[in-house]
Design a protein around this ligand. Structure first.
Ligand code: NAD
Length: 493
Protein backbone atom coordinates (compact mmCIF):
# COMPACT_ATOMS: atom_id res chain seq x y z
CA UNK A 1 0.00 0.00 0.00
CA UNK A 2 2.03 2.97 -1.27
CA UNK A 3 -0.50 5.79 -1.17
CA UNK A 4 -0.31 8.13 1.78
CA UNK A 5 -3.08 7.59 4.27
CA UNK A 6 -5.31 10.35 5.62
CA UNK A 7 -5.71 9.90 9.35
CA UNK A 8 -9.48 10.01 9.62
CA UNK A 9 -11.34 7.59 11.83
CA UNK A 10 -14.78 6.11 12.01
CA UNK A 11 -16.95 6.96 14.99
CA UNK A 12 -18.30 3.94 16.85
CA UNK A 13 -20.09 4.46 20.15
CA UNK A 14 -18.45 7.86 20.56
CA UNK A 15 -14.94 6.46 20.06
CA UNK A 16 -12.54 6.67 17.14
CA UNK A 17 -12.08 3.40 15.24
CA UNK A 18 -9.57 2.65 12.50
CA UNK A 19 -11.48 -0.42 11.25
CA UNK A 20 -10.18 -3.95 10.85
CA UNK A 21 -11.27 -4.60 7.27
CA UNK A 22 -8.99 -3.84 4.31
CA UNK A 23 -8.89 -0.03 3.95
CA UNK A 24 -10.81 1.55 1.08
CA UNK A 25 -8.65 3.29 -1.56
CA UNK A 26 -9.88 6.80 -2.29
CA UNK A 27 -9.11 8.30 -5.69
CA UNK A 28 -8.44 11.87 -6.62
CA UNK A 29 -10.76 12.16 -9.66
CA UNK A 30 -8.57 14.90 -11.11
CA UNK A 31 -5.65 12.50 -11.50
CA UNK A 32 -7.16 9.04 -11.20
CA UNK A 33 -4.57 8.26 -8.51
CA UNK A 34 -5.33 6.83 -5.10
CA UNK A 35 -4.38 9.57 -2.65
CA UNK A 36 -5.63 8.06 0.60
CA UNK A 37 -7.10 5.02 2.23
CA UNK A 38 -10.23 5.24 4.33
CA UNK A 39 -10.89 2.95 7.25
CA UNK A 40 -13.29 0.10 6.62
CA UNK A 41 -15.32 -1.74 9.18
CA UNK A 42 -15.96 -5.45 9.48
CA UNK A 43 -19.45 -6.89 10.00
CA UNK A 44 -18.57 -7.19 13.71
CA UNK A 45 -17.63 -3.51 13.86
CA UNK A 46 -20.87 -2.63 12.10
CA UNK A 47 -22.66 -4.61 14.84
CA UNK A 48 -20.78 -2.54 17.42
CA UNK A 49 -21.93 0.70 15.77
CA UNK A 50 -25.56 -0.38 15.52
CA UNK A 51 -25.53 -1.76 19.07
CA UNK A 52 -24.12 1.54 20.35
CA UNK A 53 -26.87 3.43 18.51
CA UNK A 54 -29.53 1.08 19.90
CA UNK A 55 -28.18 1.46 23.43
CA UNK A 56 -28.15 5.25 23.19
CA UNK A 57 -31.60 5.46 21.57
CA UNK A 58 -33.93 5.40 24.63
CA UNK A 59 -31.95 8.04 26.51
CA UNK A 60 -31.65 10.29 23.48
CA UNK A 61 -35.36 9.94 22.66
CA UNK A 62 -36.22 10.84 26.26
CA UNK A 63 -33.91 13.85 26.32
CA UNK A 64 -35.38 17.33 26.22
CA UNK A 65 -36.01 18.61 22.68
CA UNK A 66 -34.31 21.89 23.58
CA UNK A 67 -31.21 19.98 24.64
CA UNK A 68 -31.16 18.22 21.29
CA UNK A 69 -31.55 21.60 19.60
CA UNK A 70 -28.60 23.00 21.51
CA UNK A 71 -26.49 20.01 20.54
CA UNK A 72 -27.38 20.42 16.88
CA UNK A 73 -26.25 24.04 17.05
CA UNK A 74 -23.01 22.92 18.69
CA UNK A 75 -22.53 20.37 15.88
CA UNK A 76 -22.96 23.15 13.31
CA UNK A 77 -20.40 25.30 15.10
CA UNK A 78 -17.96 22.38 15.36
CA UNK A 79 -18.25 21.69 11.64
CA UNK A 80 -17.81 25.36 10.79
CA UNK A 81 -14.71 25.28 12.99
CA UNK A 82 -12.98 22.79 10.68
CA UNK A 83 -14.47 24.10 7.44
CA UNK A 84 -11.23 24.42 5.51
CA UNK A 85 -9.96 20.99 6.45
CA UNK A 86 -13.24 19.25 5.60
CA UNK A 87 -13.60 21.24 2.38
CA UNK A 88 -10.08 20.29 1.34
CA UNK A 89 -10.89 16.59 1.72
CA UNK A 90 -14.24 17.02 -0.02
CA UNK A 91 -12.74 18.80 -3.02
CA UNK A 92 -9.95 16.24 -3.33
CA UNK A 93 -12.12 13.11 -3.10
CA UNK A 94 -15.16 14.37 -5.04
CA UNK A 95 -13.39 16.60 -7.54
CA UNK A 96 -15.48 19.76 -7.11
CA UNK A 97 -13.79 23.17 -7.08
CA UNK A 98 -12.52 24.07 -3.62
CA UNK A 99 -14.79 27.11 -3.27
CA UNK A 100 -17.82 24.90 -4.01
CA UNK A 101 -16.62 22.42 -1.41
CA UNK A 102 -16.27 25.26 1.09
CA UNK A 103 -19.80 26.38 0.29
CA UNK A 104 -21.08 22.83 0.82
CA UNK A 105 -19.41 22.59 4.24
CA UNK A 106 -20.78 26.01 5.24
CA UNK A 107 -24.27 25.01 4.08
CA UNK A 108 -23.98 21.78 6.08
CA UNK A 109 -22.94 23.69 9.20
CA UNK A 110 -25.85 26.11 8.71
CA UNK A 111 -28.24 23.21 8.14
CA UNK A 112 -27.75 22.05 11.73
CA UNK A 113 -28.87 25.51 12.83
CA UNK A 114 -31.87 25.59 10.48
CA UNK A 115 -32.96 22.16 11.68
CA UNK A 116 -32.65 23.28 15.29
CA UNK A 117 -35.37 25.86 14.56
CA UNK A 118 -37.93 23.17 13.79
CA UNK A 119 -40.29 21.77 16.38
CA UNK A 120 -42.33 18.63 16.84
CA UNK A 121 -44.98 19.88 19.21
CA UNK A 122 -47.76 17.44 20.10
CA UNK A 123 -51.16 18.21 18.62
CA UNK A 124 -54.56 18.09 20.25
CA UNK A 125 -57.04 16.41 17.93
CA UNK A 126 -60.01 16.57 20.26
CA UNK A 127 -60.51 17.99 23.74
CA UNK A 128 -64.11 17.67 24.91
CA UNK A 129 -66.07 16.70 28.00
CA UNK A 130 -65.98 13.07 26.90
CA UNK A 131 -62.52 12.60 25.44
CA UNK A 132 -59.09 14.03 25.10
CA UNK A 133 -57.14 12.87 22.06
CA UNK A 134 -53.59 13.92 21.44
CA UNK A 135 -51.13 13.11 18.71
CA UNK A 136 -47.42 13.00 19.25
CA UNK A 137 -44.50 12.15 17.02
CA UNK A 138 -42.09 9.52 18.27
CA UNK A 139 -38.74 8.49 16.79
CA UNK A 140 -38.14 5.26 14.87
CA UNK A 141 -35.09 4.26 16.92
CA UNK A 142 -31.87 3.66 14.99
CA UNK A 143 -31.77 5.33 11.57
CA UNK A 144 -29.51 3.91 8.86
CA UNK A 145 -28.41 6.95 6.85
CA UNK A 146 -26.72 6.28 3.51
CA UNK A 147 -25.28 9.07 1.39
CA UNK A 148 -24.13 9.30 -2.25
CA UNK A 149 -20.93 10.63 -3.77
CA UNK A 150 -22.06 13.90 -5.39
CA UNK A 151 -22.76 16.07 -2.33
CA UNK A 152 -21.50 13.76 0.41
CA UNK A 153 -21.55 16.22 3.26
CA UNK A 154 -24.78 18.18 2.87
CA UNK A 155 -26.71 15.05 1.90
CA UNK A 156 -25.48 13.41 5.12
CA UNK A 157 -26.32 16.41 7.28
CA UNK A 158 -29.83 16.79 5.88
CA UNK A 159 -30.43 13.27 7.18
CA UNK A 160 -28.64 13.25 10.50
CA UNK A 161 -29.81 16.69 11.72
CA UNK A 162 -33.57 15.98 11.51
CA UNK A 163 -33.11 12.36 12.57
CA UNK A 164 -31.33 13.50 15.74
CA UNK A 165 -33.76 16.33 16.46
CA UNK A 166 -36.65 13.86 16.28
CA UNK A 167 -34.92 11.71 18.91
CA UNK A 168 -33.44 8.96 16.74
CA UNK A 169 -29.88 7.77 16.89
CA UNK A 170 -27.98 7.32 13.64
CA UNK A 171 -25.50 5.09 11.87
CA UNK A 172 -24.23 7.06 8.89
CA UNK A 173 -22.42 5.53 5.93
CA UNK A 174 -20.84 7.69 3.21
CA UNK A 175 -20.04 6.49 -0.30
CA UNK A 176 -16.76 4.58 -0.59
CA UNK A 177 -15.81 7.09 -3.32
CA UNK A 178 -16.12 10.06 -0.96
CA UNK A 179 -15.79 8.87 2.66
CA UNK A 180 -13.10 11.19 4.04
CA UNK A 181 -14.97 14.46 4.52
CA UNK A 182 -17.87 12.69 6.23
CA UNK A 183 -15.57 10.74 8.53
CA UNK A 184 -13.79 13.98 9.43
CA UNK A 185 -17.14 15.57 10.19
CA UNK A 186 -17.93 12.61 12.47
CA UNK A 187 -14.74 13.32 14.39
CA UNK A 188 -15.66 16.99 14.77
CA UNK A 189 -19.14 16.14 16.06
CA UNK A 190 -18.00 13.39 18.43
CA UNK A 191 -17.58 15.61 21.49
CA UNK A 192 -20.91 17.33 20.98
CA UNK A 193 -23.20 14.31 21.14
CA UNK A 194 -23.58 11.55 23.75
CA UNK A 195 -21.73 8.32 22.85
CA UNK A 196 -23.61 6.18 20.36
CA UNK A 197 -25.99 8.91 19.21
CA UNK A 198 -24.12 9.41 15.92
CA UNK A 199 -21.95 6.63 14.52
CA UNK A 200 -20.09 7.02 11.25
CA UNK A 201 -18.91 3.86 9.53
CA UNK A 202 -17.12 3.40 6.24
CA UNK A 203 -16.48 0.55 3.86
CA UNK A 204 -17.53 -0.64 0.42
CA UNK A 205 -21.05 -0.98 -1.01
CA UNK A 206 -21.57 -4.27 0.86
CA UNK A 207 -21.40 -2.35 4.11
CA UNK A 208 -24.46 -0.38 2.97
CA UNK A 209 -26.34 -3.63 2.39
CA UNK A 210 -25.19 -4.91 5.79
CA UNK A 211 -26.39 -1.73 7.46
CA UNK A 212 -29.82 -1.55 5.83
CA UNK A 213 -30.52 -5.23 6.53
CA UNK A 214 -29.37 -5.05 10.15
CA UNK A 215 -32.14 -6.29 12.44
CA UNK A 216 -31.72 -3.43 14.94
CA UNK A 217 -32.40 -0.68 12.37
CA UNK A 218 -35.74 1.13 12.72
CA UNK A 219 -35.69 3.27 9.60
CA UNK A 220 -33.64 3.82 6.44
CA UNK A 221 -32.88 7.17 4.90
CA UNK A 222 -31.15 6.73 1.57
CA UNK A 223 -29.97 9.04 -1.18
CA UNK A 224 -28.44 7.49 -4.27
CA UNK A 225 -29.20 5.70 -7.50
CA UNK A 226 -32.49 4.10 -8.51
CA UNK A 227 -30.91 0.64 -8.64
CA UNK A 228 -29.60 0.83 -5.07
CA UNK A 229 -32.84 2.43 -3.87
CA UNK A 230 -34.82 -0.43 -5.38
CA UNK A 231 -32.63 -3.03 -3.63
CA UNK A 232 -33.06 -1.20 -0.32
CA UNK A 233 -36.82 -0.85 -0.75
CA UNK A 234 -37.14 -4.56 -1.45
CA UNK A 235 -35.31 -5.46 1.76
CA UNK A 236 -37.19 -2.88 3.81
CA UNK A 237 -40.54 -4.18 2.57
CA UNK A 238 -39.81 -7.59 4.09
CA UNK A 239 -39.65 -5.95 7.50
CA UNK A 240 -42.12 -3.11 6.90
CA UNK A 241 -39.34 -0.65 7.69
CA UNK A 242 -40.06 3.00 6.97
CA UNK A 243 -37.83 4.38 4.24
CA UNK A 244 -37.03 7.70 2.67
CA UNK A 245 -35.58 7.20 -0.79
CA UNK A 246 -34.16 10.18 -2.65
CA UNK A 247 -33.15 8.69 -5.98
CA UNK A 248 -32.05 9.63 -9.45
CA UNK A 249 -33.50 12.33 -11.64
CA UNK A 250 -33.64 13.21 -15.32
CA UNK A 251 -35.06 16.69 -15.03
CA UNK A 252 -36.57 18.32 -18.12
CA UNK A 253 -36.54 22.08 -18.71
CA UNK A 254 -39.19 23.32 -21.14
CA UNK A 255 -38.43 26.65 -22.77
CA UNK A 256 -41.82 28.03 -23.76
CA UNK A 257 -42.48 29.57 -27.21
CA UNK A 258 -41.28 33.15 -27.47
CA UNK A 259 -39.07 32.99 -24.36
CA UNK A 260 -36.06 35.28 -24.27
CA UNK A 261 -33.50 32.56 -24.93
CA UNK A 262 -30.57 35.00 -24.96
CA UNK A 263 -31.39 36.01 -21.39
CA UNK A 264 -32.13 32.56 -20.03
CA UNK A 265 -29.30 30.60 -21.68
CA UNK A 266 -26.65 31.36 -19.03
CA UNK A 267 -29.04 30.39 -16.21
CA UNK A 268 -30.08 27.23 -17.97
CA UNK A 269 -26.41 26.38 -18.55
CA UNK A 270 -25.60 26.77 -14.84
CA UNK A 271 -28.67 24.74 -13.88
CA UNK A 272 -27.48 21.89 -16.11
CA UNK A 273 -23.79 22.05 -15.24
CA UNK A 274 -23.99 22.40 -11.45
CA UNK A 275 -21.42 20.04 -9.90
CA UNK A 276 -20.48 19.04 -13.47
CA UNK A 277 -24.00 17.69 -13.94
CA UNK A 278 -23.63 15.36 -10.95
CA UNK A 279 -26.63 16.88 -9.23
CA UNK A 280 -29.88 14.96 -8.95
CA UNK A 281 -31.88 18.09 -9.74
CA UNK A 282 -29.71 19.41 -12.57
CA UNK A 283 -31.38 20.12 -15.90
CA UNK A 284 -30.76 16.96 -17.93
CA UNK A 285 -32.88 17.68 -21.02
CA UNK A 286 -33.89 20.99 -22.62
CA UNK A 287 -37.03 21.12 -24.77
CA UNK A 288 -37.33 24.27 -26.85
CA UNK A 289 -39.67 25.35 -29.65
CA UNK A 290 -38.29 24.46 -33.06
CA UNK A 291 -38.14 28.15 -34.06
CA UNK A 292 -35.68 28.85 -31.25
CA UNK A 293 -33.76 25.58 -31.07
CA UNK A 294 -30.80 26.68 -33.19
CA UNK A 295 -30.34 29.95 -31.31
CA UNK A 296 -30.53 28.40 -27.84
CA UNK A 297 -28.25 25.51 -28.80
CA UNK A 298 -25.71 27.97 -30.23
CA UNK A 299 -25.78 30.06 -27.04
CA UNK A 300 -25.35 26.99 -24.82
CA UNK A 301 -22.55 25.65 -27.04
CA UNK A 302 -20.73 29.00 -26.76
CA UNK A 303 -20.99 28.86 -22.97
CA UNK A 304 -19.80 25.24 -22.98
CA UNK A 305 -16.83 26.16 -25.17
CA UNK A 306 -15.73 28.90 -22.76
CA UNK A 307 -16.18 26.90 -19.53
CA UNK A 308 -13.04 26.26 -17.52
CA UNK A 309 -12.75 22.58 -16.64
CA UNK A 310 -10.02 21.56 -14.25
CA UNK A 311 -8.94 20.13 -10.93
CA UNK A 312 -10.81 21.24 -7.85
CA UNK A 313 -7.62 22.63 -6.36
CA UNK A 314 -7.09 25.01 -9.30
CA UNK A 315 -8.80 28.33 -8.39
CA UNK A 316 -9.56 28.93 -12.08
CA UNK A 317 -11.67 25.76 -12.38
CA UNK A 318 -15.39 26.23 -12.81
CA UNK A 319 -16.17 22.58 -13.33
CA UNK A 320 -14.33 19.61 -11.89
CA UNK A 321 -13.97 16.03 -13.12
CA UNK A 322 -16.58 13.32 -12.81
CA UNK A 323 -16.27 11.37 -9.59
CA UNK A 324 -15.06 8.09 -11.11
CA UNK A 325 -13.79 6.44 -14.26
CA UNK A 326 -16.97 4.39 -14.32
CA UNK A 327 -19.12 7.52 -14.35
CA UNK A 328 -16.95 9.04 -17.09
CA UNK A 329 -17.44 5.89 -19.15
CA UNK A 330 -21.20 6.01 -18.66
CA UNK A 331 -21.51 9.61 -19.85
CA UNK A 332 -19.23 8.98 -22.84
CA UNK A 333 -21.20 5.87 -23.82
CA UNK A 334 -24.55 7.71 -23.70
CA UNK A 335 -23.25 10.52 -25.92
CA UNK A 336 -21.60 8.06 -28.35
CA UNK A 337 -24.85 6.12 -28.58
CA UNK A 338 -26.82 9.30 -29.32
CA UNK A 339 -24.33 10.28 -32.05
CA UNK A 340 -24.51 6.80 -33.56
CA UNK A 341 -28.28 7.29 -33.80
CA UNK A 342 -27.95 10.62 -35.62
CA UNK A 343 -27.47 13.28 -32.94
CA UNK A 344 -24.96 16.09 -33.52
CA UNK A 345 -22.49 17.41 -30.95
CA UNK A 346 -22.09 21.21 -30.99
CA UNK A 347 -19.52 21.39 -28.22
CA UNK A 348 -17.51 18.82 -26.25
CA UNK A 349 -18.61 15.25 -26.84
CA UNK A 350 -15.47 13.29 -25.92
CA UNK A 351 -13.60 12.76 -22.65
CA UNK A 352 -10.69 15.16 -22.28
CA UNK A 353 -7.43 13.33 -22.80
CA UNK A 354 -4.86 12.94 -20.07
CA UNK A 355 -5.21 11.84 -16.48
CA UNK A 356 -8.37 12.29 -14.46
CA UNK A 357 -12.03 11.76 -15.21
CA UNK A 358 -12.69 14.94 -17.17
CA UNK A 359 -15.61 15.28 -19.55
CA UNK A 360 -16.21 18.72 -21.05
CA UNK A 361 -19.52 20.56 -21.00
CA UNK A 362 -21.31 19.14 -24.01
CA UNK A 363 -24.26 20.29 -26.10
CA UNK A 364 -26.08 17.78 -28.28
CA UNK A 365 -28.83 18.48 -30.84
CA UNK A 366 -30.99 16.44 -33.27
CA UNK A 367 -31.46 13.71 -30.68
CA UNK A 368 -33.85 11.09 -32.08
CA UNK A 369 -36.80 10.52 -29.73
CA UNK A 370 -36.28 7.69 -27.27
CA UNK A 371 -32.48 7.59 -27.17
CA UNK A 372 -31.02 6.61 -23.81
CA UNK A 373 -29.51 10.08 -23.46
CA UNK A 374 -33.05 11.42 -23.33
CA UNK A 375 -34.63 8.66 -21.25
CA UNK A 376 -31.93 7.76 -18.71
CA UNK A 377 -30.14 9.81 -16.08
CA UNK A 378 -26.70 10.64 -17.48
CA UNK A 379 -25.39 12.37 -14.34
CA UNK A 380 -22.83 14.33 -16.29
CA UNK A 381 -22.22 17.69 -18.02
CA UNK A 382 -24.29 17.00 -21.13
CA UNK A 383 -27.15 19.19 -22.37
CA UNK A 384 -29.39 17.62 -25.00
CA UNK A 385 -31.33 20.42 -26.73
CA UNK A 386 -34.50 18.93 -28.18
CA UNK A 387 -36.91 20.66 -30.58
CA UNK A 388 -40.68 20.51 -30.15
CA UNK A 389 -43.50 21.82 -32.32
CA UNK A 390 -46.18 22.36 -29.68
CA UNK A 391 -46.17 22.47 -25.90
CA UNK A 392 -48.30 19.33 -25.55
CA UNK A 393 -45.56 17.42 -27.32
CA UNK A 394 -42.98 18.97 -24.97
CA UNK A 395 -44.97 18.01 -21.88
CA UNK A 396 -45.43 14.48 -23.22
CA UNK A 397 -41.70 14.01 -23.81
CA UNK A 398 -40.84 15.61 -20.48
CA UNK A 399 -43.09 13.06 -18.77
CA UNK A 400 -41.88 10.12 -20.84
CA UNK A 401 -39.20 8.79 -18.47
CA UNK A 402 -39.35 6.69 -15.32
CA UNK A 403 -38.16 9.70 -13.25
CA UNK A 404 -40.06 12.47 -11.53
CA UNK A 405 -37.73 14.57 -9.43
CA UNK A 406 -37.74 18.13 -10.77
CA UNK A 407 -38.86 19.94 -13.91
CA UNK A 408 -38.93 23.53 -15.03
CA UNK A 409 -40.77 25.88 -17.34
CA UNK A 410 -39.14 29.02 -18.73
CA UNK A 411 -40.93 31.98 -20.29
CA UNK A 412 -44.62 32.95 -20.50
CA UNK A 413 -45.84 33.08 -16.90
CA UNK A 414 -49.49 32.19 -17.56
CA UNK A 415 -48.65 29.28 -19.82
CA UNK A 416 -46.06 28.06 -17.29
CA UNK A 417 -48.68 28.09 -14.52
CA UNK A 418 -51.06 26.18 -16.74
CA UNK A 419 -48.51 23.51 -17.66
CA UNK A 420 -46.93 23.12 -14.21
CA UNK A 421 -49.75 20.88 -13.03
CA UNK A 422 -49.24 18.53 -15.96
CA UNK A 423 -45.59 17.78 -15.26
CA UNK A 424 -44.87 14.60 -13.31
CA UNK A 425 -42.33 15.86 -10.79
CA UNK A 426 -41.93 16.47 -7.09
CA UNK A 427 -40.95 20.08 -7.80
CA UNK A 428 -41.81 22.26 -10.78
CA UNK A 429 -39.72 25.42 -10.97
CA UNK A 430 -40.67 28.38 -13.13
CA UNK A 431 -37.86 30.50 -14.59
CA UNK A 432 -35.33 28.72 -12.40
CA UNK A 433 -34.27 25.13 -11.74
CA UNK A 434 -32.68 23.15 -8.91
CA UNK A 435 -33.20 25.88 -6.32
CA UNK A 436 -33.32 23.75 -3.14
CA UNK A 437 -33.99 25.34 0.24
CA UNK A 438 -33.83 24.18 3.83
CA UNK A 439 -37.43 25.22 4.51
CA UNK A 440 -39.00 23.74 1.36
CA UNK A 441 -39.66 19.99 1.02
CA UNK A 442 -37.90 18.11 -1.74
CA UNK A 443 -39.20 14.79 -2.98
CA UNK A 444 -39.49 12.69 -6.07
CA UNK A 445 -42.20 10.68 -7.73
CA UNK A 446 -41.94 7.55 -9.90
CA UNK A 447 -38.45 6.04 -9.81
CA UNK A 448 -37.07 9.23 -8.23
CA UNK A 449 -38.13 7.90 -4.88
CA UNK A 450 -40.53 8.34 -2.04
CA UNK A 451 -40.76 10.51 1.05
CA UNK A 452 -39.56 14.06 1.54
CA UNK A 453 -36.45 15.71 2.80
CA UNK A 454 -35.86 19.22 4.19
CA UNK A 455 -37.81 21.40 6.57
CA UNK A 456 -40.74 20.32 8.69
CA UNK A 457 -41.91 17.75 6.12
CA UNK A 458 -38.49 16.12 6.11
CA UNK A 459 -38.44 16.07 9.90
CA UNK A 460 -41.77 14.23 10.00
CA UNK A 461 -40.23 11.32 8.07
CA UNK A 462 -38.02 10.58 11.06
CA UNK A 463 -41.05 10.05 13.28
CA UNK A 464 -44.09 7.89 13.50
CA UNK A 465 -47.48 8.95 14.78
CA UNK A 466 -48.58 7.96 18.27
CA UNK A 467 -52.06 8.75 19.52
CA UNK A 468 -53.04 9.09 23.16
CA UNK A 469 -56.80 8.81 23.60
CA UNK A 470 -58.27 9.36 27.04
CA UNK A 471 -61.95 8.89 27.78
CA UNK A 472 -63.38 11.36 30.30
CA UNK A 473 -65.74 9.76 32.72
CA UNK A 474 -68.93 11.69 33.61
CA UNK A 475 -67.81 14.70 31.62
CA UNK A 476 -65.02 15.57 34.07
CA UNK A 477 -62.63 17.88 32.27
CA UNK A 478 -59.41 19.02 33.95
CA UNK A 479 -58.93 22.78 34.36
CA UNK A 480 -56.85 24.18 31.50
CA UNK A 481 -57.45 21.13 29.28
CA UNK A 482 -54.87 19.27 27.20
CA UNK A 483 -54.54 22.10 24.72
CA UNK A 484 -52.61 24.19 27.22
CA UNK A 485 -49.68 21.78 26.84
CA UNK A 486 -49.80 21.43 23.08
CA UNK A 487 -49.59 23.50 19.96
CA UNK A 488 -52.45 23.35 17.53
CA UNK A 489 -50.19 23.61 14.55
CA UNK A 490 -46.67 22.21 14.60
CA UNK A 491 -43.83 23.34 12.38
CA UNK A 492 -41.47 26.27 12.70
CA UNK A 493 -41.00 27.67 16.16
P1 NAD B 1 -25.14 4.79 -5.43
O1 NAD B 1 -26.51 4.23 -5.42
O2 NAD B 1 -24.09 4.09 -6.22
O3 NAD B 1 -24.55 4.84 -3.94
C1 NAD B 1 -25.19 5.56 -2.92
C2 NAD B 1 -24.85 4.95 -1.57
O4 NAD B 1 -25.44 3.65 -1.47
C3 NAD B 1 -23.35 4.76 -1.33
O5 NAD B 1 -23.07 5.10 0.01
C4 NAD B 1 -23.18 3.26 -1.55
O6 NAD B 1 -22.07 2.71 -0.89
C5 NAD B 1 -24.48 2.72 -0.99
N1 NAD B 1 -24.86 1.38 -1.46
C6 NAD B 1 -24.49 0.76 -2.60
N2 NAD B 1 -25.10 -0.45 -2.69
C7 NAD B 1 -25.87 -0.57 -1.59
C8 NAD B 1 -26.77 -1.56 -1.12
N3 NAD B 1 -27.00 -2.69 -1.81
N4 NAD B 1 -27.43 -1.35 0.03
C9 NAD B 1 -27.25 -0.20 0.72
N5 NAD B 1 -26.40 0.78 0.34
C10 NAD B 1 -25.72 0.60 -0.81
O7 NAD B 1 -25.27 6.33 -5.85
P2 NAD B 1 -24.12 7.40 -6.16
O8 NAD B 1 -23.51 7.08 -7.48
O9 NAD B 1 -23.25 7.57 -4.99
O10 NAD B 1 -24.98 8.74 -6.30
C11 NAD B 1 -25.51 9.18 -7.49
C12 NAD B 1 -27.00 8.92 -7.55
O11 NAD B 1 -27.65 9.53 -6.44
C13 NAD B 1 -27.63 9.54 -8.78
O12 NAD B 1 -28.57 8.65 -9.33
C14 NAD B 1 -28.33 10.78 -8.22
O13 NAD B 1 -29.40 11.25 -8.99
C15 NAD B 1 -28.78 10.27 -6.88
N6 NAD B 1 -29.04 11.40 -5.98
C16 NAD B 1 -30.34 11.69 -5.66
C17 NAD B 1 -30.63 12.78 -4.85
C18 NAD B 1 -32.04 13.14 -4.46
O14 NAD B 1 -32.22 13.94 -3.55
N7 NAD B 1 -33.06 12.59 -5.10
C19 NAD B 1 -29.58 13.57 -4.37
C20 NAD B 1 -28.28 13.25 -4.73
C21 NAD B 1 -28.02 12.15 -5.53
Amino acid sequence: MNAPSVAVTMTLGGHPAVGSAAPVPVEDPATGDVFAYAPACTPQELDTAVAAAALAAPGWAASDEDERRARLRACGAALAGCLDEVAGLLSREQGKPLRNAQAEVQLSADWFGHTAELTLAPEVLEDTDTSCIGLERVPHGVVAAIAPSNFPLILSVCKIAPALLAGNTVVLKPSPQTPLSTLRMGEALRDHLPPGVLNVVSGDHDLGAGLTSHPAIGMISFTGSVATGRAIARGAAERFLPVVLELGGNDPAIVLPGADVDALAPRLFQAALANSGQFCAAVKRVYVHRDQTARLAELLADLAGCAVVGAGADPASEFGPLVSREQLGRVAALVDDAVARGARVLSGGKPLGGPGHFYPPTVVVDLPEGTELELEEQFGPVIPVIAYDDVDEAVGRANSTQYGLGASLWGDEDLADELAGRLDAGTVWIDTHGDLRHNVPFSGTGSSGRGAEYGYWGLLEYTRIKVRHRARVAGRRPAGGASSAAHDRPGER
